[in-house]
Design a protein around this ligand. Structure first.
Ligand SMILES: NC(=O)c1ccc[n+]([C@@H]2O[C@H](COP(=O)([O-])OP(=O)(O)OC[C@H]3O[C@@H](n4cnc5c(N)ncnc54)[C@H](O)[C@@H]3O)[C@@H](O)[C@H]2O)c1
Length: 481
């Protein structure tokens, strides 16, 4: 149990400000013994790499490659290695604690994985094809991985690229979307029952879909559209509705607009949680730092130009325009709040922002991201910052997938009482997860925060207040007077 006295600013429409004060009491429900994770796109690069990372940890594997002998790690994961600043001692030494030391989070060993894919390959076969994980580790896990065969899934061909068509061999053959929904619900319930799970998280890590153009006013209209086989109901919407129906947390790791208002309203109605959208792993994560650095320094970005090339199946799917367009939208949105925050720098409008993605099979999972930040400085001077970022896409994503699972589970266990009211869960949109997503979904009453450090301190301060510590204060006034 912890208490937090909030003192914050509310700006009225006439720009006058009011100080608001609230008192919050928090409780954290202990985690379940096991946590189920069902991945849509289990046989994809992210699904397979994440599963191997978890199994390698659980089985304490060691493996060899040309650099030597290795043990499993999740470097790149906030939940495993991130720390929260606590304060300074009299020797000016900073003290911090790992996130996982501050609040009780599930352990990697408590995760049980299952999921769906429209391709039937077992996870060892898929991993051989993907060439992400060292062959020694993959082969040590062969007997386990061969037993993991994705469940058959929903395939509505016009949502993902046409170039995926000839891979598809593991699909449900119902004639109606309602039947697809009911079957996915049954698969989730079976997984829960067989493994005796209370908490299951369904993650969409399937191929990027095109945007749906459905304009459903509310969840019941959306349900009617599912019953009427509306062509705009995408597979990811069916999975979201199924997960919510089963009271699971639904997370969208891809860019398409799955978490539309009707889906969010359904989550609210059912008391389930959702989070998304599009994992923020490499280029966009860095952009949310660099753009903030430029604008915070008073430098005026004129253009931000981002090229990517990658050679994995995600890159192939993004090679067609409707799927690329979904990615372009989330990648571009990452500077929105920054532009809005500075009416002087951007009085003539936002900077040019261009995103290009090309499929180059030979680089495989090793994505190249090349960014140019071209800015105006003093006396019409120009400042150009060019960044080349090369990374194994799915290895970055695996650490992030672990984080969204552990943090969303934790957030779903928080109960809060405002000004002495009854204890309630956090709102159904888990916007504290914004740090992990390119295009964060937030509650109706909330602004969207894209900047890396604002998102980080949001999460860090939550951990502090749940430990009866005040939010972080950089004034350090007592040491300056
Ligand atoms: N790897 C990263 O760093 C990263 C970062 C941000 C977002 N993403 C997004 O995550 C998603 C997955 O990425 P990936 O690299 O694993 O791609 P991938 O192509 O390797 O895997 C996607 C898998 O989804 C399967 N699939 C497609 N439609 C499906 C459906 N209806 N039901 C079940 N399975 C389906 C495909 O067969 C494929 O195996 C993509 O949308 C990608 O844009 C990835």
């Amino acid at each position: 149990m912890s208490e937090y006295m909030e003192k914050n600013v509310h700006v009225n429409l006439d720009s006058s400000v009011e100080i608001i004060e609230n008192t919050y009491d928090f409780m954290l429900i202990p985690p379940n013994k096991k946590i189920g994770v069902m991945i849509v796109g289990l046989g994809g690069n992210n699904g397979v790499t994440f599963t191997i990372s978890v199994l390698a940890n659980q089985l304490n594997k060691q493996w060899k490659n040309k650099n030597g002998i290795h043990t499993p790690s999740f470097f790149g994961s906030l939940s495993q290695y991130g720390s929260v600043h606590i304060g300074y001692d009299e020797n000016k030494k900073s003290h911090s604690k790992l996130y996982k030391e501050m609040l009780q989070m599930c352990d990697i060993n408590d995760i049980i994985i299952s999921g769906w894919d429209i391709v039937k390959d077992d996870l060892h076969t898929a991993s051989e094809r993907q060439k992400v994980v060292d062959s020694d580790l993959r082969d040590q896990l062969k007997s386990k991985l061969e037993k993991i065969v994705p469940l058959p899934s929903i395939y509505y061909p016009n949502f993902i690229a046409k170039n995926q068509e000839n891979r598809v061999n593991n699909i449900l053959t119902f004639k109606h979307k309602k039947d697809d929904l009911m079957y996915i619900i049954k698969q989730i319930e079976d997984f829960k029952f067989t493994n005796r799970l209370e908490q299951v998280i369904v993650l969409w890590s399937g191929s990027t879909e095109r945007f749906n153009t459905g304009n459903w006013k509310n969840w019941s209209e959306l349900m009617r559209s599912i019953e009427n086989d509306d062509p705009e109901v995408s597979p990811s919407i069916i999975f979201a509705m199924a997960a919510i129906s089963c009271n699971c947390i639904f997370l969208n790791g891809s860019p398409q607009n799955t978490l539309i208002p009707a889906v969010i309203e359904y989550a609210e109605m059912k008391g389930s949680f959702v989070g998304g959208e599009d994992l923020k792993t490499g280029q966009t994560k860095l952009k949310s730092v660099i753009a903030d650095f430029l604008v915070s320094s008073g430098i005026k970005p004129l253009s931000i130009t981002s090229y990517n090339h990658l050679g994995n199946n995600d890159g192939k799917n993004l090679d067609e325009y409707p799927q690329f367009r979904s990615k372009e939208i989330t990648k571009k949105s990452v500077i929105d709040d920054l532009v809005e925050s500075n009416p002087i720098l951007f009085k003539d409008g936002p900077p040019d922002h261009c995103v290009v993605i090309k499929y180059v099979p030979s680089v495989g999972d090793s994505k190249r991201a090349i960014d140019e930040y071209y800015s105006e400085i003093c006396l019409d001077g120009r400042h150009t910052l060019s960044i080349i970022n090369t990374c194994e896409d799915s290895l970055l994503a695996s650490a992030l997938i672990l984080d969204i699972i552990l943090f969303s589970d934790l957030l779903s266990r928080i109960k809060v009482s405002k000004n002495g009211d009854t204890f309630k869960s956090l709102s159904h949109v888990l916007s504290f997860l914004s740090f992990f997503f390119k295009s964060p979904v937030v509650n109706n009453t909330e602004p969207i925060i894209n900047c890396f450090f604002n998102q980080k301190y949001g999460l860090e301060n939550l951990f502090r207040v749940l430990n009866d510590l005040p939010p972080i204060d950089f004034i350090n006034l007592s040491k300056k007077i």
